[in-house]
Design a binder for this molecule. Structure first.
Ligand code: SAM
Length: 293
């Protein structure tokens, strides 16, 4: 993203009433930020494609804001890691709407594409969003680096590609996150395993009909992956809610997984996870993703 420079580090202007109404902007949302993120054009008009992204991010905000408010009420610094950050729409809007006024806390954006990281760093500097950092590394590497804290409160991953969502879960577990907010993207790993064992499974069980056709293999792959992810989170002490992000017209990848730490590790979830891996012939290839103790 080539982010236009916002003027100095002055407080961004609030949105003009007509645009605010059309986009259903939240109170305090800065118009300069929306222009810099290309959600609005330079002359303040709507950019239709990015409007969709704003809708997704706002919807996600409804779920994240109560978690942040709860943490902030405990005089907590509040740390958030956003994985597969892309242009960091989510991070910037969270900062603008919540962290800016809170006066404490920190957002870390993790992203493998260097130009996006540099653009986000520049934009954060231009806007004076001092408590935002952007790291050019993979989600998996961010779990091991000293460049981020040992603990995180909230982990988000909005459409982080393929197995980056699994890596974000591993990050959240390692950092003992209090909450994870995940919107999985396309998924290829499980579909590839299903494809590989298809003939064997068709001979073994009529359920393999569910993924006989290539398009069904792909969809079943995603479905099974998300089910396994939820069971894994439950087995590790999280209470899990699965819901829709926004209407399908806004995104084809629309499943929102909300996980809140309760400390109650569900043994039944671990057993079911293990059984599913065996049932689908995934235990050899996927066991490494799930550390069931
Ligand atoms: C579909 S985009 C979503 C971006 C952003 N979260 C959003 O919703 O606007 C996925 C982003 O994840 C990044 N990504 C993919 N795999 C990654 C990984 N393993 N580690 C870090 N970033 C990754 C891609 O470079 C891309 O920018």
């Amino acid at each position: 993203m080539k982010a236009p420079r916002a003027a100095g580090r002055s407080t961004p202007k609030p949105a003009a009433p007509d645009v605010a109404q059309q986009l259903e902007l939240k109170p305090g949302q800065s118009i300069d930020l929306l222009k810099a993120l290309h959600i609005l054009t330079r002359d303040g008009k709507l950019n239709q494609d990015s409007r969709r992204k704003l809708k997704q991010v706002y919807h996600l905000y409804q779920f994240i804001e109560p978690l942040l408010t709860e943490l902030a009420a405990q005089d907590h610094p509040v740390s958030l890691a956003d994985h597969g950050a892309g242009k960091s729409y989510l991070g910037f809007i969270l900062y603008d709407l919540f962290f800016k006024n809170l006066g404490r806390g920190h957002i870390y954006g993790i992203e493998t594409r260097a130009p996006l990281v540099e653009a986000s760093q520049q934009l954060a500097a231009d806007l004076g969003f001092d408590r935002m950092s952007f790291l050019n590394m993979s989600v998996a590497d961010s779990t091991r680096t000293d460049a981020v804290p040992e603990r995180f409160d909230v982990v988000t991953a909005l459409h982080a590609c393929d197995t980056a969502t699994d890596d974000a879960i591993a990050f959240g577990l390692e950092k003992r996150a209090r909450a994870m907010v995940l919107v999985p993207c396309c998924q290829a790993e499980v579909a590839a395993c299903l494809r590989q064992n298809k003939a064997m499974n068709l001979a073994r069980t009529p359920l393999a009909e569910l993924w006989r056709h290539p398009i069904h293999t792909r969809e079943m792959g995603s479905q099974i992956t998300n089910v396994l992810r939820c069971l894994y989170l439950e087995s590790q002490g999280y209470q899990v809610t699965v819901t829709e992000l926004v209407g399908w017209e806004h995104s084809m990848k629309n499943e929102l997984i909300l996980a809140k730490y309760t400390g109650q590790k569900k043994r039944a979830a671990a057993e079911r996870l293990q059984q599913l891996l065996v049932e689908f012939g995934l235990d050899q290839s996927l066991q490494h993703r799930y550390r069931l103790d």
